[in-house]
Design a protein around this ligand. Structure first.
Ligand SMILES: Cc1cc2nc3c(=O)[nH]c(=O)nc-3n(C[C@H](O)[C@H](O)[C@H](O)COP(=O)(O)OP(=O)(O)OC[C@H]3O[C@@H](n4cnc5c(N)ncnc54)[C@H](O)[C@@H]3O)c2cc1C
Length: 390
């Protein structure tokens, strides 16, 4: 039977970052999860899954030595953001309003995963192409292929359907938004000026995130949190038909990018609000295994990377006599994450509820609210600061 300090279960971005950080910090770590083959990046061709990476996440990826492994020509800085209400409300945020150059960076999911996989291999992290199945006994995990591993701590990073969370009997609560996150790439006629655009509409929240130009010209990535009753038929359409539907429905938006044309396959993801306790004796949860939030603020992965940074801090400061899975030690990790995760749930769910209401006074108030914030520099500074922190 294999013995090690820590097993990280889950090989998405959060699991890879956890295993890398723990190995760099000197813990004997085994990574358990599928080894996905990531196709080499193709010039002028961008994946549909992109993330808005916050300054805090960038600093964390830099500290792991991963940021510099990203292909800089595939990373787009977001210098400004324009938010439109569903009536006349409008808010404009610029990075310089908080004395920053950039508010976030748009990076493809595959690009981050590729860089992390490279770093994990360079640091010699042991990676079992397997899956966590159950606890065979306290402190002993069993994988799909039948391997048994004895560990002090199991980190559950297997995303929303966390088997570690279930096996450790950690309670979680989940509420489905009646929406799908519809994503694709769009050609636009005029340059996006590194500005992200977001509309709160009766058909859901629509975001255009700036991405690098291709031979065909300027591009943005679309993230549309669309009611299921519209999204499900759209996702069931033939590709040409889906593209035409989106081209027509996006034509009515108010912006300065000119004509918009869908340039890639259309994908959809169901949206949930989910949270759970994040620890049990010998167990810690990170990333989507611990929480899921509405993507309207583009913060789910940033929260997950914040979990990893906090867990690493706690474990690095561990006295040598204490075991990594000691629940008193892990309680410090729980305390460190309680407020940021609560605030992100509160803000994203609150905004979602506010803009889902069709009640006329609420419609007037939310649009007036956006326009009022737009005139108060201090509030704008706080909004930019808040988004950078996670
Ligand atoms: C439409 C949309 C847009 C978004 N935009 C943004 C954004 O702009 N910015 C942002 O910060 N966040 C964004 N998010 C959130 C982000 O996608 C997630 O928070 C993030 O992908 C979670 O990463 P993860 O590694 O925790 O989980 P996952 O990516 O789900 O990875 C889990 C991994 O665990 C593996 N696994 C599963 N079961 C097991 C098992 N039993 N044993 C071992 N391994 C297992 C899986 O194969 C997978 O590799 C968005 C989400 C949506 C839906």
């Amino acid at each position: 039977m294999k013995k090690t300090d820590i097993a990280v279960c889950g090989t998405g971005i959060v699991g890879l970052a956890t295993a890398l950080g723990l190995t760099r910090a000197g813990f004997r770590t085994v990574l358990v999860g599928p080894q996905r083959v990531i196709a080499p990046a193709r010039p002028h061709c961008f994946g549909a899954r992109v993330y808005a990476i916050s300054p805090a996440s960038r600093r964390f990826l830099e500290s792991l030595g991963v940021w510099s492994l990203l292909d800089a020509s595939r990373v787009t800085p977001v210098e400004a953001m324009q938010v439109f209400g569903d009536a006349s409300g409008r808010l404009e945020l610029n990075a310089w309003q908080d004395a920053q150059d950039v508010m976030a960076w748009i990076v493809e999911s595959d690009e981050i995963e590729r860089a992390l996989t490279q770093a994990v291999r360079v640091f010699g992290v042991e990676w079992l192409n397997d899956r966590f199945v159950a606890f065979d006994a306290p402190g002993r995990i069993c994988t799909e292929s039948g391997s048994l591993i004895e560990v002090d701590l199991v980190v559950g990073a297997e995303g929303a359907r966390s088997a570690v969370r279930d096996a450790a009997h950690i309670k979680s609560s989940s509420r489905a938004y009646d929406e799908m996150g519809v994503v694709t790439h769009l050609h636009v006629e005029r340059p996006h000026q590194n500005t992200a655009l977001q509309w709160f509409t009766a058909e859901g929240v629509i975001a255009f995130l700036p991405t690098p130009n291709t031979q065909a010209g300027a591009q943005v990535s679309l993230v549309w949190s669309m009611p299921k009753k519209a999204a499900e038929p759209l996702l069931a359409m033939a590709e040409d038909q889906a593209r035409n539907w989106l081209n027509t429905h996006l034509a009515g938006l108010n912006h300065e990018l000119g004509q918009v044309r869908v340039a890639a396959p259309v994908l959809g993801f169901p949206l949930f609000l989910e949270s759970s306790d994040v620890i049990a004796p010998g167990v810690a949860l990170v990333g989507d295994a611990a929480h899921r939030v509405h993507p309207l603020a583009g913060q789910g992965l940033n929260l997950g990377l914040g979990d990893v940074a906090a867990l690493l801090n706690v474990l690095r400061e561990k006295p040598s006599y204490q075991r990594a899975g000691d629940v008193r030690l892990l309680a410090r990790y729980r305390r460190a994450r309680a407020e940021p995760v609560f605030m992100m749930r509160f803000v994203t769910d609150g905004l979602h509820r506010l803009f889902s209401s069709r009640f006329p006074p609420v419609v007037i108030a939310r649009n007036a609210g956006l326009s009022i914030v737009n005139t108060v520099p201090m509030l704008k500074r706080q909004l930019i600061k808040g988004a950078s922190r996670h």
